[in-house]
Design a protein around this ligand. Structure first.
Ligand SMILES: [Mg+2]
Length: 386
């Protein structure tokens, strides 16, 4: 049995601001976007503000109405990044299998000689080390379980300063039956809506659906959903050095105005993936791992990666990114989108295709590249970018 810890720093940006400025401690504060002036949405709310109903991602006017004493603090991403480095350094001592999931969340898979008692002891130690090295005001919620999915859910169950373990599939099902569908990472807005349309509103009902019918409705993701309802997840912990940061081609884009407009986001992803595909063609590379992640207006983020057949075709990269987006997006406004293609290898010139559609795509891509090399990016573009 694997033992995985999910460590999530509580109300991260707000807590770090309170750590830096003791006068803010114990008070309801909200962190706002620091780098752009037109931010109208509240970033992370402090634990005290959350108790008064203020939520991360809420428009500032609404937060002020709920809590007139709310103190707004301008966000400082450099400060958060340097704290995250300290956080990673603490975790690194426990296992090489450490995945940096986001700026304030990590997965840690313990070596096989460790048991659940060790895990609990380590969790308590990690909390102490965070307090002594990062700051006495900083807390985290830790979930311990036999896979990533359940460890993440466990850490969500108790906030702040939580420590929850889900030992086996039986207890996982018991807990899932008391959760909402989108409490699970991997059931975003789109998937939840489609499940609702099928009459599935909770995990009990999801467990009643056959694998065949889930596969018919959700293609390969049907299997994941089937497993999720049973607390099963085989996703490996991806150590950060294996995330292949250097050997990837990526683009990210910060929006001028936060948006929740699906069509706008789709257009943006199309554009980013087209740029990535063009750069990989210029380097004569093909890649098979598509990563897509995004940040909400409050700086919190989500994303994941998936494997597709090796490609340098923008449309195929887009399909991967779009799938990820639909799985992870919760429907809230976003401020930043990023996509990358990794697991790259040289394009094999002998790997010829004779499929009519593939040949047609190759010709289209060649023509696009020729024209755009000569006259500039997006001179000639696919119709769907209009
Ligand atoms: Mg957090």
């Amino acid at each position: 049995m694997r033992i995985i810890l999910h460590i999530d720093l509580n109300s991260y940006f707000a807590t770090i601001e309170q750590q830096a400025n003791p006068r803010l401690r114990g008070k309801p504060i909200g962190v706002t976007g620091g780098d752009r002036l037109d931010r109208t949405v509240l970033g992370t709310a402090s634990i005290e503000a959350k108790k008064l109903g203020v939520k991360t991602g809420m428009p500032i006017w609404e937060a002020k109405r709920l809590c007139p004493n709310l103190i707004l603090v301008r966000g400082d991403s450099d400060k958060y990044l340097s704290t995250t480095k300290q956080f990673i350094n603490i975790l690194k001592d426990y296992s090489p299998d450490l995945e940096i999931f986001s700026i304030d969340e990590s997965f840690l898979e313990l070596p096989t000689h460790n048991n659940l008692q060790d895990a609990t002891r380590f969790a308590v130690e990690i909390k102490q080390k965070i307090r002594s090295r990062i700051g006495e005001w900083v807390t985290c919620s830790i979930g311990i379980s036999y896979n990533k999915l359940m460890a993440k859910l466990a850490s969500d169950l108790q906030k702040p300063d939580g420590l929850v373990a889900i030992y086996d599939e039986e207890s996982a099902c018991w807990i899932l039956d008391r959760c909402k569908l989108d409490d699970l990472c991997g059931i975003g807005y789109g998937i939840k809506k489609r499940l609702f349309d099928l009459g599935v509103a909770d995990f009990k009902r999801l467990r009643l659906m056959s694998k065949e019918s889930l596969l018919a409705h959700f293609k390969s993701y049907g299997e994941t959903l089937y497993n999720m309802a049973r607390g099963i997840d085989h996703t490996p912990v991806l150590p950060f050095y294996e995330k292949d940061e250097v050997k990837s081609i990526g683009h990210q884009y910060t929006l001028n105005n936060n948006t929740g407009n699906l069509e706008k986001i789709r257009q943006l992803l199309l554009k980013l993936t087209e740029l990535i595909a063009r750069r990989s063609r210029a380097k004569k590379l093909v890649g098979k791992t598509v990563s897509c992640w995004f940040r909400y207006a409050d700086f919190s983020g989500a994303g994941m990666q998936i494997t597709i057949p090796y490609t340098h075709n923008g449309l195929e990269v887009f399909n991967g990114a779009w799938t990820i987006f639909n799985k992870t997006w919760t429907g809230r406004q976003i401020r930043l989108v990023a996509v990358s293609l990794s697991n790259l290898k040289p394009q094999n010139p002998h790997n010829l295709t004779f499929l009519e559609e593939d040949l047609r795509q190759e010709r289209i891509i060649k023509t696009l590249d020729l024209v755009n090399d000569k006259y500039g990016e997006f001179t000639l573009k696919r119709g769907y970018l209009l």
